[in-house]
Design a protein around this ligand. Structure first.
Ligand SMILES: [Zn+2]
Length: 363
């Protein structure tokens, strides 16, 4: 019988060992009475320390065995039946309590598994949200030349502007170590044209009426618009100028060609004066004066140039743009320069890596 109690006690301890119930200090260690009280407490389902359970139950078993041994032999037979009866009762109660503890343990395990599952689901949901946010197309339109919306962040503003930071044929570049060759002659067929003018928030841009052509090699491009940057975006052997005009052309096939004319301080330029005279009063509102404008007034006499393959220098930074940078600079008066600097003191993209691109120049 003692073995039965010890076995049940072990099971009981194993079952209650993981219990997180608070365990007040038991008096079980003090004396056998105390141990008995603990056993009673265990059987009644009261919280006790796990380590005291086994001691108390083992002690209870010892006491019972010792009492049986001390009894005189004649009395043993009489008491034996009563003892068996109480042992059966005790066994039943231990088994009941054991079942109860196992039930509690199973409930705790189920609750812990549920909590783990919920935490895992939450983590997974958060990870999915982060991935979704990262791959969500961005469609911002506001960009600047400095600060948070500046050139280093252009590709983060709009997904369609990725080339601004990932492209390897971007403009502007520092024109140096060019290959000096006989370059194809550029034929300009510019004429006095109607035009509209806008302050688009990044520059002053002049859209010209049709009929202005540039031919280089066997390709003809039509002038679409021209605009200004301060300082010049392009550099020649590390040196820039105070301003530049970009003449943007498109071929019938949709190919882009940008012609850059560098501006230095000197005498007033008639084309620039016409543009300044007709500046719109409001940003983002185009004006269409009733006069004509002749884009050839901004072309240098000498037609030597640098050429390389690059990109638009503002979002979306489209590549596959043929660049022609005229070697001879043009002039604008200090007053003309000062007027633009009041509107746009800085609207130039920084120099981009040339990545070993070929630069050809007239010699
Ligand atoms: Zn430009």
């Amino acid at each position: 019988m003692r073995h039965l109690i010890a076995l049940l006690a072990c099971s009981l301890v194993m079952a209650s060992a993981s219990a997180s119930d608070p365990a007040p200090k038991s008096s079980a260690d003090k004396a056998t009475d105390g141990k008995t009280a603990t056993v009673k407490a265990i059987l009644e389902g009261k919280p006790v320390a796990a380590k005291t359970d086994i001691k108390a139950l083992a002690a209870a078993a010892d006491t019972r065995t010792a009492a049986a041994a001390a009894r005189p032999a004649p009395a043993a037979a009489n008491s034996s039946a009563g003892e068996e009866q109480s042992e059966v009762e005790l066994s039943v109660r231990i088994a009941e309590r054991l079942a109860q503890l196992r039930e509690q343990q199973a409930a705790r395990a189920a609750a812990a598994a549920k909590a783990r599952k919920a935490a895992e689901a939450k983590r997974r949901k958060e990870a999915e949200a982060a991935i979704a946010a990262a791959s969500k197309p961005k469609n911002g339109t506001h960009w600047t030349y400095e600060g948070e919306y500046g050139p280093a962040n252009w590709s983060n503003i709009n997904s369609a502007w990725a080339k601004c930071n990932t492209g390897n044929r971007q403009s502007p570049i520092d024109l140096r170590d060019g290959i000096k060759v006989d370059l194809e002659h550029i034929a300009f067929d510019y004429r006095p044209s109607s035009f509209s003018e806008i302050d688009n928030g990044h520059t002053i841009q002049v859209t010209v009426g049709g009929g202005n052509f540039l031919t280089v090699g066997n390709m003809t491009y039509e002038l679409q618009q021209f605009h200004f940057h301060r300082p010049s975006e392009e550099r020649i052997n590390g040196k820039g100028t105070e301003m530049v005009i970009h003449f943007v052309h498109r071929s019938y096939e949709g190919k882009l060609l940008v012609l850059a004319v560098l501006l230095e301080r000197g005498k007033a330029n008639p084309l620039i004066q016409t543009v300044w005279n007709n500046l719109p009063l409001e940003k983002h509102q185009a004006v269409s004066p009733s006069i004509l404008l002749d884009p050839s007034e901004a072309l240098p006499e000498k037609r030597e140039y640098f050429t390389y393959m690059g990109s638009l220098t503002e979002p979306p930074c489209t590549e596959d743009v043929l660049w022609i940078v005229m070697k001879q600079t043009m002039q604008a008066s200090p007053a003309q320069m000062a007027l633009f600097s009041r509107l746009y003191p800085l609207n130039a993209r920084p120099i981009q890596p040339s990545n070993g691109r070929m630069i050809k120049e007239s010699h």
